[in-house]
Design a binder for this molecule. Structure first.
Ligand SMILES: [Zn+2]
Length: 183
């Protein structure tokens, strides 16, 4: 398996953050990550009204994910430098298992986002193609939701209904083209 269950659940939380349409308060974002085992007791929470900070984080995250989905390498150095400053690791002695373990200590929203972006870029894991970006146009505007498929065939569209809608549009386009060629 290229992605572990813990990695996958963190990826899903980060994509939920990227897909939030409107961030109303900071807790809404922090709650997405709060229960993850890699998010330690030192997870940084910010005042409820400082929502602008997370809106900025979300925008940068969306730019990264769009870059990754389009297979552009320009996000690599930005992700690398943020990962270096935001993500801590620790060595612990697991008393139940009686063994040394290397653990991640994700201390805030930025740490979670840069860690997930790095996971998606990691060549050895090969997850880049598993990130889908829904480009279905609704009233002239792209849906823009991200989706990560851990197993099986990767999904491009955000949901079954958008996938169906996209198929319908393609079929209509084919009929139109066929009519043009026939003339
Ligand atoms: Zn969609």
């Amino acid at each position: 398996m290229t992605v572990t269950a813990l990695e996958n659940s963190l990826i899903q939380a980060v994509l939920k953050f990227a897909n939030l349409r409107h961030i109303k308060h900071t807790k809404q974002v922090e709650d997405l990550f709060g229960n993850h085992p890699w998010v330690g007791p030192y997870f940084k929470v910010i005042p409820l009204e400082d929502v602008e900070a997370y809106r900025n984080d979300q925008q940068r995250l969306r730019e990264w994910l769009e870059g990754i989905a389009h297979n552009r390498k320009k996000v690599v150095s930005e992700v690398a430098s943020l990962l270096k400053t935001k993500v801590d690791t620790a060595i612990i002695f697991n008393e139940d298992k009686q063994q040394i373990e290397f653990v991640y200590a994700l201390s805030g929203v930025e740490a979670c986002c840069s860690f997930v972006a790095a996971l998606l870029l990691d060549k050895k894991r090969g997850l880049t193609k598993r990130l889908g970006l829904c480009d279905l146009k609704i009233e002239g505007k792209e849906c823009g939701r991200f989706r990560f498929t851990a197993k099986g065939k990767p999904y491009k569209y955000c949901s079954a209904s958008h996938s169906k809608e996209a198929d319908k549009i393609k079929a209509r386009r084919r009929v139109k083209l066929w009519r043009v060629y026939r003339q």
